[in-house]
Every structure is written in C-alpha cells, then in structure tokens.
Design a protein around this ligand. Structure first.
Ligand code: 13P
Ligand code: SF4
Length: 354
C-alpha cells in the first residue's frame, strides 16, 4: 500500500534537519515505506560493516531487528547511539538461545570431555550475550553470507563446532558446502536434560547444532518446491539457507538476501524465479524486475512476512527521527561494556575472515 504522504513528508523533513548526524540502515526485509528512507540497505553482514564505517554519525537508526541493532552498537564507538524505532522488533530465532541455556550446554560438553575440542560458531541472529559467550570461548560469528568461511576457520581451530542458534543454517552449510554427512550433525535440544544427547553421541559428532529455527523460513516445504516446479515449468528455485534441509537440497540456488538480489540482477530477461525468503523483499524484487521481463514469484502459496521486521513501520520511523531531531534520544540499544568486549571479539573474528 502507498505510504501516507504526510508521514513521508515528516520523515523527509526530520532527516533533513538531522543531516549528517543521522545514518539510517535498512535490512532487506523492511517494508517499502521504511526502506525508502534508508541511506544503505543490506543483508546482516553488509549492515554490520556499514554501521562500523560511519564514525561521523551521532545516531544510527537501525531499521531491522534487535540483534542487528545490538551488533551495530558493539561495532560503533561509545559516543555513537544506535536507535531501534520499535523496541518490540525482536527475532524469534535469536530468542531460542538464552545465555543460561548456552552456559548449561557448555557444562554438558565439558562433562562429556569434549569442550576443549569445540569451537562455537554463532549466527548473527543471536543476542549480544550469545555473541559474548562465543567470543569468550574462542569462536566466531557468521552470517548467511559467510557461514562456510566461518566453518572453515572454526575447523582449523578445533575438531568440532557448536553451531548456534539456527540448526538449518548450520546443517545446510555443513552438508551442502563442507561435504559433511547428516550423520556428522547432532541436534542439541536446550529443553531436554543433556540436550537430549548421550555423551557418546556428542563425542561422535562433528557439528553440534542448536535446536533453533526461523519460523518464517520454516514455512517453506518440499511441497512448495515441487508445486512451483509443476506450476511454472523451467522455474529457478532460489532460497535462503535458513530454510529446512530438504528445501535447500531441492532448490537450485541458495544464499543470503544480498546474494538473492545479486542473482536476480544477473538473471537474463525471460527467466523465471521462485524465491524462498521473506515477502517484503520478494515483492520488492518482483516489482523491480518485472519491467525487465523477469518473472519472480514467492515460493509458497500463503503469505509470510517476518512479523517482527514488520514492526518497524513508517509511523515508528517518523517518531524516532522527529524525536532525535528535537534532541530526545529514544529507543537507544546499548550493550553493557563487559558483554560488548567479548561480543566484539567474536564479531571482529567474523569481519577478519578471509
Ligand atoms: P541475511 O543475512 O541474509 O540478510 O538474513 C538475515 C535474516 O534475518 C534472515 O532471516
Ligand atoms: Fe528472525 Fe526469521 Fe525474522 Fe530473520 S526472518 S529476523 S531469522 S524471525
């Protein structure tokens, strides 16, 4: 739906008043009405890098979800303030691994006698606490665009990886990109004693996958892939690696949001694509590339937005920008110093990956 012209004008005016003091970052899953005000857009890796590259901006307004704003705070200087226009914009996957659960898991690995061999690799989609745990135990962060490089690095440091919190990204990367088998992976369930695993199972595993997932990408199924191939002969199926393993295995291409955009930019006129990722992005791409004769459809028949990404809407963005323009710092995301130090270690290991 078109944005309210009054709100568009207010956002524009507040941004103009703030000038270089504000830098607006927008994740690809944001609504069109919000993304039009982003100074840069990107996947979570690109946004983390771009946030760190703006030392002159006093305010970083992050149009995305909580863990992304935390990461931006960790990577920017102390006098830069990161603002999340709606504090309720969380991520259900990130919430699936708490600091207590992960500490308990580490105890289980220690009991099994394998903790020294384990390198934690945590997906960007995790809280600052989990990133700090990762840094403290010699591990790295990864995103969907560098998960293979992160795992290559981790297996140079140790024999096993504890992958948090997205089981699918962990499994898909291990099996699809690293040549491991499904049997090399075990699933650690934080709601069961000892993760639901025996010490022998833990000792035999190469990849210990945390039992977390994205509910948005979890909606795509093998049926969605088979249906679309039947409906649209010659279609290319392109999905995000947060999708389930059988979906990724049946797809033609797999990659991060930034990868998806690049693939469609490079696609020839007349090609047909079914995309398995969040709907704001897929609709935007379908509209953008339709004039070039590229047919782009959503992989599933039902709609599936990320409801927390969608919480950042134009009214919230206008409120945040106008507040900042009037000198009121609202909705600041600030990670405490100790957490920040260890989390930064893990994030910097990611940024230094070859
Ligand atoms: P990207 O890193 O591909 O942008 O993914 C972020 C995300 O939250 C996907 O659900
Ligand atoms: Fe989290 Fe999934 Fe939304 Fe990404 S799409 S922010 S992983 S809930």
């Amino acid at each position: 739906s078109p944005s309210d012209p009054d709100l568009v004008e207010r956002a524009r005016a507040a941004k103009e008043k703030l000038g270089n003091k504000v830098f607006v970052l927008g994740h690809h899953y944001q609504r069109d009405e919000v993304i039009q005000f982003a100074d840069v857009t990107g996947d979570s890796f690109k946004l983390a890098r771009d946030a760190a590259a703006r030392p002159e901006a006093e305010y970083i307004v992050f149009c995305g979800v909580h863990f992304m704003a935390e990461s931006a705070d960790i990577l920017t200087s102390d006098d830069q303030k990161v603002v999340l226009p709606d504090l309720a914009a969380g991520c259900s996957m990130a919430d699936m691994a708490t600091a207590e659960q992960v500490a308990e898991c580490w105890d289980v690995l220690t009991e099994a006698g394998i903790a020294e061999q384990v390198v934690p690799v945590s997906y960007m989609n995790s809280s600052a606490d989990i990133k700090a745990f990762t840094g403290k135990h010699g591990g790295t962060i990864c995103t969907s665009s560098n998960a293979k490089r992160a795992l290559d690095w981790a297996f140079e440091q140790g024999e096993k990886v504890l992958f948090l919190p997205d089981q699918h990204l962990g499994r898909n990367t291990a099996v699809r990109d690293m040549g491991m088998s499904l049997e090399d992976c075990v699933l650690y369930n934080p709601h069961k004693p000892n993760g639901g695993l025996t010490a022998d199972e833990l000792r035999a595993a190469k990849m210990i996958l945390w039992r977390g997932h994205c509910s948005v990408h979890g909606r795509f199924s093998l049926d969605s892939v088979n249906d679309v191939r039947e409906r649209i002969p010659g279609v290319n199926v392109l999905v995000h690696p947060e999708c389930r393993h059988e979906v990724v295995a049946a797809a033609d291409y797999v990659g991060s949001t930034e990868y998806i955009i690049k693939a469609l930019e490079a696609a020839p006129a007349g090609s047909k694509w079914a995309i398995g990722t969040e709907l704001n992005l897929v609709r935007r791409l379908a509209n953008r590339f339709a004039p070039e004769g590229k047919e782009i459809v959503f992989l599933d028949k039902t709609v599936c937005f990320c409801s927390t990404m969608n919480r950042i809407d134009l009214p919230h963005l206008v409120w945040a920008l106008e507040s900042l323009a009037e000198g009121n710092l609202v909705n600041r995301i600030e990670v405490d110093k100790e957490t920040e130090a260890f989390a930064k270690l893990a994030l910097e290991r990611m940024l230094a990956l070859p």
